[in-house]
Design a protein. Structure first.
Length: 437
């Protein structure tokens, strides 16, 4: 399913990140060794009233200097208008109506998608009155909220969710292996996509997606069906180099959400950057199978240890993705491109794999025996039983007497044991702990 995007736009200090955090319900930091994942995240998948969407705090994409406020806001709003399905334009009810707000409102008025004009910091009844000047804007969809005190937020989200486009997945799409090709601008995504398509001699029958120029391409390789997600989005990049680098993350997120297998493309010439880490972190959190594709391998000077060094670099920077295969390719010369599809099939097989309950419990009880969970409040943690409840990614429920006291490091220990025993190359695993009824 294509997840719709809801963007929060507005001047600095109006409360964008307060609203963002309230809606996201800030998760706990996940792990220390996941650089780029928990740091300054300004996009997140949120589910409200059972409807999932991607929420973006565009404030997070502001350039560092703040002297050209209006211009930044125009840029921000323009990006939101292009990328988002629903826009929340936030204003400050305490500071009052601001000339910059008025100008942006004029821009947004002409946008052909749902826009909510939201007056924030209306903490109580008396402030409602003060907010009345905002009604002079004469816009529909004007709402007052207090992000900090959670006032009016529910009503706002009610309307936002109702305004989201509804999208469905075709049966054909559910059958195919869906591949997203993600990475920073210029790493060679479009060259790679064109090569893969040409290489497999497919013919692209692009099916227009539901969003503006999101076009997927079907292809067949060894009699299997694949769907390459958002190929137009990738190809489009080649032409418009003006796009703000940071914002291209959003394109990646959208594709990752729909994919089974994510090709994380790195540029051999540049090594690993922070943005690569963000994108990879997102793919991991979204529970997708992954492959690192180191492209432009033709372009660097190599000796016997070049591959080893690059592998080390990736393993150091992406510690939590130690299970992800790495391929070194050149989209330019075509070198080793066939390896990509081999790996796609391998990781996909793991992504949808089921292990039997008896095998699972053999491995599980051996793991629990050989390394005990630390005491929780002086009491032993007991484990009873494990069962696989789902795939994409493989998901396991583990019954225990202390579902809430589970140590992260122990969870990681069990994941590693399952991985060793059953392979699971390239796919994240999920463990859910439940109390025994
Ligand atoms: P951003 O720059 O738009 O992301 O704004 P922030 O979320 O950082 O908020 C700016 C300031 O406004 C912070 O001090 C918040 O605590 C405050 N703030 C946010 N929402 C509310 C609200 O509903 N009521 C009040 N009184 N203050 C708020
Ligand atoms: P995208 O922005 O990630 O889609 O990147 P492009 O596919 O547009 O490639 C960016 C630039 O890198 C172009 O000039 C390509 O010709 C070049 N490029 C792409 N792949 C390779 C490669 O494998 N080797 C070399 N030397 N250059 C490449």
């Amino acid at each position: 399913m294509i997840l719709p995007i809801v963007a929060i736009v507005g001047r600095p200090n109006v409360g964008k990140s307060t609203l963002f955090n309230r809606l996201v319900g800030r998760r706990k930091a996940i792990v220390d060794d996941m650089p780029g994942v928990t740091r300054d995240r300004n996009y997140e998948t949120v589910t409200r009233f059972d409807v999932p969407f991607i929420l973006i705090d565009t404030g997070g994409f502001e350039p560092e200097s703040s002297d050209r406020l209006l211009q930044q806001m125009r840029e921000q709003s323009r990006l939101a208008m292009e990328e988002a399905d629903v826009i929340l334009f936030l204003m400050d009810g305490r500071a009052g109506l601001n000339p910059a707000d008025v100008e942006v409102v004029e821009m947004l008025r002409r946008v052909d998608k749902p826009v909510f004009f939201v007056v924030n910091k209306v903490d109580g009844e008396t402030l409602e009155v003060a907010a009345s000047e905002f009604y002079s804007l004469g816009v529909d969809n004007l709402l007052t909220i207090s992000a900090e005190h959670n006032r009016g937020v529910r009503d706002l989200m009610d309307e936002v969710v109702a305004a989201l486009p509804r999208r469905t997945t075709s049966p054909e799409e559910r059958e195919a292996t869906k591949i997203a090709v993600v990475g920073r601008p210029n790493v060679g995504k479009s060259s790679l996509v064109n090569r893969l398509l040409g290489y497999e001699r497919v013919v692209a029958n692009p099916t227009p997606g539901t969003t503006r120029d999101s076009v997927d391409t079907w292809f067949t390789c060894n009699k299997k069906r694949y769907l390459l997600i958002d190929t137009a989005g990738i190809r489009r990049k080649g032409k418009t180099t003006q796009k703000i680098e940071k914002y291209s993350v959003v394109d990646s997120l959208r594709s990752i959400e729909r994919a089974d297998v994510v090709l994380i493309v790195l540029n051999a010439e540049e090594g690993v950057t922070e943005q690569d880490e963000r994108i990879a972190g997102y793919a991991f959190e979204a529970g997708k199978a992954c492959i690192f594709v180191v492209n432009k391998w033709d372009a660097i000077e190599k000796d016997n240890s070049s591959v080893g060094r690059f592998v080390d670099k990736i393993r150091t920077e992406f510690k939590y993705l130690a299970f992800v295969p790495i391929v070194f390719v050149s989209a330019q010369t075509g070198q080793r491109l066939n390896r990509i599809m081999e790996e796609v099939d391998k990781v996909m097989a793991q992504f949808v794999k089921r292990v039997t309950t008896s095998e699972l419990n053999r491995v599980f009880s051996a793991a629990v025996e050989s390394h005990h969970h630390p005491l929780v409040m002086g009491r032993r943690v007991k484990f009873y039983f494990a069962t696989q409840v789902g795939t994409r990614p493989p998901t396991f429920v583990i019954f225990t007497n202390r579902p809430d006291g589970m140590h992260f490091s122990y969870e990681r220990y069990l994941v590693n044991k399952f991985r060793e025993a059953f392979d699971f190359t390239g796919t994240p695993l999920r463990l859910l702990f439940r109390g025994r009824e």
